[in-house]
Design a protein around this ligand. Structure first.
Ligand code: GLU
Length: 518
């Protein structure tokens, strides 16, 4: 059997949509699962939608997520496989192309597309159309008034003779080339996700293949590229399903074998409307900025349309595990709901799962964005200290942007109202006794033994002995004033965790400060 060749074919329109990432991920997973090749090509024929820097951004975001490709468009000349030719892109600065089947950028193939479009005309499968925008608009309005679907009426095919066509071309009249869709035919293909899909050609419009600006449309360029690049599997979003009959006709007219198709389910908001910016972020970059880990994003996106199969309960997957388990029999047809709570949960699992070293490296830039951190003294910015903070925080963190949130007391001096120290109306005297007791216990723990476990063991043992006015056990009498003294916050990690991070000297100093307040 031929080697699988899968391509990701984004248009450089700015940011990477989470839906595009899902397509890229499934491309990658399928290519890797089958031991095939993964190709990155750029579909930039729609010049109106082009955004400066978008290609670079795309390469960066995919790279950040850890999805490597074998062939196509790259940002550096360091391409893994030294057997394939590498060259500089004609149209993009600082972009390289690598592989035998390029160019991998559509704007660099205009001559090729033109040749093929003319071949279709010569073979009678496509025709020149000189209808201007006014006539087309009139037609559309009429069709709308007649409640008919908007379709080109083949005016130029029916009314303009080949001689007239030649004349108009000589006169440089603007034109487009349209695909001649056969009448009364059913086009059928087997989609890897949806099974047999059928289209009635009478409902398919004579698609424009070449635009008046000399650029091909997506349809023509896409098919020619996939043929040129020997693509075996086209994996893309469901929104392209209605284009597939046009593509299949092109394969037929060119006499080429069509690749296999897989159309991935739509991404939906919680209310099952199409995933849109209005209800939340849709750009991968936004999620990166908010402190979602790449592992979590990949893990979450993989589950938008795929599951490991019935009876499987695993929800946390590494990229390698996904490569191993992924196949199309478990990709579903129904829309996939984007639930941010699930992403948060998966992210919190990954924050707990990666090593502390790794977490520290990734969290640093998020600390650096916080005022309490930039204003803190140098001893609070050491790796050792920050790792302690992270050890405490990682149990509760949902995203890295939350680091230090509510825990500024680890970094800066604290100031609070003395009433914060008061546990259930306890008199000042009793609070002082309680803080004294905590101070004594902590004084007796040496610097070497200053661990969370020791702090918890010793302080808890003492706290268990306290009771309230009714004689009921009341650990809060010891622990509340201590926690308040250490953190100056109504809500915070436990006093053991706070004291462990702050260290012995700082903890005792804060107890002393609290005693002075009360
Ligand atoms: N350029 C299209 C996109 O932006 C590619 C569709 C396809 O894969 O055929 O999604």
């Amino acid at each position: 059997m031929n080697k699988t060749r899968v391509r990701f074919a984004p248009s450089p329109t700015g940011f990477v949509h989470i839906g595009s990432l899902r397509t890229a991920l499934y491309d990658y997973l399928y290519a890797r699962h089958t031991g095939g090749d993964f190709v990155l090509k750029i579909e930039d024929t729609d010049q109106k939608r082009f955004v400066e820097g978008a290609v670079e951004n795309l390469i960066k975001s995919l790279g950040w997520c850890g999805l490597g490709w074998d062939e196509g468009v790259f940002q550096t000349a360091e391409i893994k496989d030294d057997k394939i030719p590498v060259y500089v892109s004609k149209n993009y600065k600082n972009i390289f192309e690598a592989g035998e089947y390029g160019p991998y950028i559509q704007s660099e193939k205009l001559e090729i597309y033109k040749k093929y479009a003319e071949q279709l005309v010569a073979d009678g499968h496509a025709y020149y159309c000189f209808c201007g925008p006014e006539r087309l608009e009139e037609l559309r309005n009429q069709q709308a008034a007649d409640k008919k679907p908007p379709m080109y009426d083949r005016y130029c095919l029916r009314n303009i003779s080949p001689e007239e066509v030649n004349e108009k071309l000589k006169e440089n009249c603007p034109y487009v080339i349209r695909l001649k869709i056969p009448e009364n035919e059913t086009i059928e293909f087997e989609d890897m996700v949806r099974g047999i899909v059928k289209f009635d050609t009478n409902l398919v419009d004579d698609q424009v293949l070449m635009k008046s600006d000399g650029f091909p449309t997506y349809h023509l360029a896409n098919v020619i590229d996939d043929y040129d690049m020997k693509i075996t599997h086209v994996i893309r979003g469901e929104e392209w399903l209605s284009s597939t009959p046009k593509h299949l006709l092109l394969y037929r007219y060119f006499g080429w074998e069509a690749p296999k198709f897989a159309h991935l389910p739509l991404l939906l908001n919680l209310d099952r409307s199409k995933l849109s910016k209005r209800q939340g972020d849709v750009a991968v970059e936004d999620y990166i900025k908010k402190g979602y880990l790449k592992e979590a994003i990949i893990n979450f996106v993989a589950l938008l349309g795929w599951n490991p199969g019935s009876g499987e309960t695993q929800e946390i997957f590494t990229l390698d595990e996904l490569v191993d388990k992924f196949d199309f029999s478990h990709v579903h047809k129904g829309g996939a709901v984007f639930d941010i709570k699930k992403l948060d949960w998966i992210n919190s699992q990954w924050i707990k799962k990666i090593s502390l070293d790794d977490l520290y490296q990734r969290a640093k830039e998020f600390f650096e964005q916080k005022d309490f951190y930039t204003n803190a003294s140098e001893d609070k910015k050491t790796e050792e200290y920050m790792k302690k903070v992270l050890t405490v925080e990682r149990e509760r963190l949902q995203k890295l942007s939350e680091v230090g949130e509510g825990n500024g007391f680890f970094f800066t001096d604290i100031d609070y109202d003395k009433e914060l120290l008061r546990w259930k109306g306890l008199e000042d005297e009793k609070i002082r006794e309680s803080l004294d007791a905590s101070g004594k216990i902590m004084e007796n723990i040496t610097h070497e033994n200053w661990t969370r476990e020791n702090l918890e063991k010793n302080l808890m043992a003492a706290a268990e002995k306290y009771s309230n006015a009714d004689g009921k056990p009341d650990r809060g009498r010891l622990l509340w004033p201590l926690r308040a003294a250490l953190t100056g916050e109504k809500k915070s990690p436990s006093p053991f965790e706070a004291a462990w991070v702050l260290g012995k000297d700082k903890s005792l100093k804060r107890i002393k400060d609290a005693l002075e307040k009360i």
